[in-house]
Design a protein around this ligand. Structure first.
Ligand code: 13P
Ligand code: SF4
Length: 300
């Protein structure tokens, strides 16, 4: 039996599903039952009747799946430290201090954060749902944690007052206008598609700004054939699957924590039911409120 047959058999025997983010290694995306952006995957995990979820992504994603479905076994088959850099930036103490300074504000926390920070937040959001959640939450002042770039993207689209934390994604924030100009020199004035974690100067020259799923949808439906894509390079796999005839040019953008899941680690985790996400019950209870509010305010 080859690896893929073994995986298929294990999934059936254990009533398991595999979820993978678009930044995962290509072969991991290919064995997943569901591939998507953070919002979509949070809904799939919540709604699935599987007994085991194998989450191929970074730690906050697997923990969010566990928080939303504590009765399910969530396996996170990553080799070594697979945490998003933003999981370490905000802390509950810093968020509570911001709350003290802005007593009328509600805290909207990007899902790319620790469960402890989610536990002191009013609602979570993802890049695809952030504007809707800020608009729908019942407050005029919003403390937005931790990504300053997503915060400024949201602020451009709402009349509410956004009070940003000063975190950022190391992969998206470090892309400069110079990097993009160089790609334009090489490939001409093609459409630019960017993730909202990019800095404003990049977003301002982009034809489309949105989540990974949004970028994929835009590229698929656009009549154009060439694009500069300003997000993590793993997305290229799905872009090419959707539109093999189109060309996609990237600045250097690799998220190493996203590249720590392999077919071997998935099989080992599922076979031996290891790499389980185990969380404190009290923490789950507190963090769940903000994740449920995310779905409520996003209408999902
Ligand atoms: P998406 O929700 O757009 O998939 O983004 C997740 C992420 O980590 C972007 O860096
Ligand atoms: Fe986190 Fe950035 Fe990696 Fe996304 S690309 S998981 S925000 S470090």
């Amino acid at each position: 039996m080859n690896q893929l047959e073994k995986l298929k058999k294990l999934k059936k025997e254990k009533n398991a599903i595999i979820l993978a983010h678009y930044y995962q290694n290509a072969d991991v995306q290919d064995v997943a039952d569901y591939v998507g952006d953070s919002y979509y995957l949070s809904e799939v995990g919540r709604d699935s009747d599987a007994d085991i979820i194998v989450y191929c992504g970074v730690k906050f994603m697997a923990e969010s799946a566990k928080i939303l479905s504590p009765e399910k076994k969530v396996l996170f088959p990553a080799h070594g430290d697979a945490t998003c850099c933003m999981e370490h930036q905000a802390t509950p103490g810093l968020v509570l201090e911001m709350k003290k300074n802005h007593p009328n504000a509600k805290v909207v926390t990007y899902i790319n954060s620790s469960s402890e920070v989610k536990a002191v937040s009013d609602a979570c959001c993802t890049s695809s749902s952030a504007v809707k959640i800020v608009e729908n939450i019942d407050a005029d002042e919003i403390i937005f944690v931790p990504d300053q770039n997503l915060a400024s993207y949201v602020a451009e689209q709402t009349d509410k007052k956004i009070i940003p934390f000063d975190g950022q994604c190391n992969v998206h924030h470090k892309v400069t206008l110079e990097n993009i100009k160089k790609l334009i020199e090489e490939h001409g004035e093609v459409e630019i598609l960017a993730h909202p974690e990019c800095q404003k100067e990049i977003r301002d020259i982009s034809t489309y700004v949105g989540s990974t799923a949004g970028i994929l949808n835009y590229a698929k439906t656009s009549p154009n054939k060439e694009f500069i894509v300003v997000t993590e390079r793993g997305i290229q796999h799905q872009l090419k699957k959707d539109s093999p005839e189109k060309s996609f040019y990237f600045p250097y953008m690799i998220c190493s924590p996203m590249k720590r899941v392999f077919i071997e680690t998935i099989i080992d985790a599922l076979e031996n039911e290891k790499c389980e996400i185990v969380m404190d019950e009290e923490l789950i209870k507190k963090a769940k409120v903000s994740l449920l509010n995310m779905h409520k305010y996003a209408g999902g």
